[in-house]
Design a protein around this ligand. Structure first.
Ligand SMILES: Cc1cc2nc3c(=O)[nH]c(=O)nc-3n(C[C@H](O)[C@H](O)[C@H](O)COP(=O)(O)OP(=O)(O)OC[C@H]3O[C@@H](n4cnc5c(N)ncnc54)[C@H](O)[C@@H]3O)c2cc1C
Length: 448
């Protein structure tokens, strides 16, 4: 059996290691960071994540679903904040019962890491930053000590390398200039910066049952609740907007004007604003995800294969779904790696392209369209339809967030639903019958 190495002990790397080891495959995971149990979390990565049906289903495969839910805060809808401080709640699902779940990224990663480490056959090596992968020999080179210390090199060999080392994957770099490899990274003009609304008198300062949005046309701020009753706010602004505010007076003045109902809830506003980094946001598309070299096979997984912008809260959900697909393909191919990885990339690519587009589109919805009365009326009408035609008409948001219907099938299904609804509204045929025929009942399915 070939030696299997995973680059990156993030969400995907840890889940994948556990799933492989459960199949009797020994795997070594190399993680650039030091052990998170003995070091402080890095500044600049998102503090919390929204996990929904796909992520929960994947976590369920390694017994973490209930634990994750018990450490998460459900958000049943969006709370939209207008410039005059008005708030309006918009449920995510027609019946108001479905929620996405705000969870600490660090805690979720740690839970996945601990499950991986407890699984026989998994070995995690922290402080190993992959610097190079030689596809001809299967050699992986690492920097094994960071900071100001000397950097001794370390080299290992692996026949199978699974790159779960994130959007800026070092493993992917080894194939960047290969004949036939297509790669693009499209940066948004917008970056992100996080701020904190702490608990007020021990309580949440905003409604914890919602994902809060301050849509401001070309940009926005959002806030997700944390278990310690704080909120993490994320500004999605252009570089020019960030650069325009240079001192305390400008920052406070801008927040009082644009986000009046929250400006007074962020005591460290100026300090956070001036010192927290601006993260970049990009969509990364590439193909193929699987590469055969003389010494190793490389497969890209999660953000390393398809980083997306965070506006549908699906990047992590999608990365975890990838791992489930690899595991399923290995089962179907009786452990034949070549067949399994070929099947994995074939099944996942269109799905990941689809969610990448939906995520980009959702940015416009969140920062702008939610303000429009037409948009609000359409959403309300769709929810009303959904309640009447339970199971036959399902909104895009619900298909993405509350089902495991393959992402690539969603747009098509929405188009059919919309067409039939329009025809029915125009008086052609019985609405219920037509919708049932065109859309079909929604069933819980795998991501194939
Ligand atoms: C602001 C923001 C908000 C987001 N919100 C959501 C959300 O609400 N819901 C959601 O589902 N997704 C969200 N995402 C997306 C989500 O964070 C990613 O899609 C997800 O983390 C991808 O998982 P991954 O394991 O592929 O990569 P990562 O989580 O990036 O893990 C990669 C791992 O590899 C390690 N690594 C990197 N380079 C090397 C190297 N050279 N050698 C060894 N190890 C290395 C890293 O330290 C890390 O541990 C958000 C992203 C951002 C930026």
């Amino acid at each position: 059996m070939p030696d299997v190495a995973i680059a990156g002990a993030g969400l995907a790397g840890c889940l994948l290691a556990t799933l492989l080891a459960r199949r009797g495959i020994e795997v070594t995971v190399y993680e650039r960071r030091e052990d998170p149990r003995v070091t402080a979390p890095e500044r600049g990565r998102s503090i919390n994540l929204a996990i929904s049906a796909r992520g929960l289903e994947a976590l369920g495969q390694v017994g973490l679903r209930e634990q994750a839910l018990s450490r998460a805060l459900p958000m049943h809808g969006r709370m939209v904040h207008s410039r005059d401080g008005q708030q309006s709640f918009r449920p995510y699902s027609a019946d108001g019962t479905h929620a996405i779940n705000s969870i600490s990224r660090a805690e979720l990663n740690l839970a996945l890491l601990e499950v991986a480490e407890r699984t026989r056959g998994v070995c995690v090596r922290f402080g190993h930053r992959l610097t190079e992968l030689d596809m001809a020999t299967g050699e992986l080179s690492f920097e094994t000590a960071g900071g100001q210390r000397a950097v001794p090199a370390s080299t290992v060999r692996a026949g199978i390398v699974l790159a779960a080392d994130g959007a800026w994957s070092a493993a992917r770099r080894s194939v960047t200039f290969r004949q036939g490899f297509t790669f693009s990274q499209d940066y948004l003009q917008h970056g992100y910066k996080e701020l904190t609304v702490p608990a007020r008198d021990g309580e949440f300062a905003l409604d914890p049952d919602a994902l809060h949005i301050w849509p401001r046309g070309s940009s926005m701020m959002i806030a997700l609740p944390n278990l310690d009753r704080s909120f993490t706010c994320t500004l999605f602004w252009t570089g020019a907007e960030f650069a325009a505010l240079r001192d305390g007076d400008q920052i406070r003045g801008h927040f009082r004007q644009e986000y009046p109902d929250v400006a007074g809830l962020i005591p460290d506003l100026v300090d956070d604003y001036l010192h927290n980094p601006v993260g970049s946001l990009a969509t990364i598309r590439c193909w193929p995800w699987v590469h055969q070299g003389a010494g190793a096979v490389l497969a890209l997984v999660g953000d390393a294969a398809h980083a997306i912008v965070p506006f549908y809260g699906q990047g992590a959900n999608c990365a975890l779904e990838d791992c489930i697909e690899i595991d399923r393909c290995l089962a179907e191919s009786n452990g034949d790696w070549a067949a399994a990885l070929a099947g994995y990339q074939q099944r996942r690519k269109a799905n990941c392209d689809a969610i990448a587009e939906m995520a980009l589109d959702n940015f416009i919805e969140m920062r702008d369209r939610v303000n429009s009365r037409v948009f609000q009326a359409k959403t309300a009408a769709r929810h009303a339809l959904q309640r009447r035609l339970a199971g036959h008409y399902v909104s895009q948001y619900e298909l993405v967030s509350f089902s495991t219907v393959p992402y690539a099938q969603i747009q098509d299904r929405i188009r059919r639903q919309d067409l039939v609804t329009a025809l029915a509204a125009a008086g052609v045929g019985g609405l219920g019958v037509a919708l049932a025929a065109a859309a079909g009942r929604i069933t819980r399915r795998s991501s194939r």
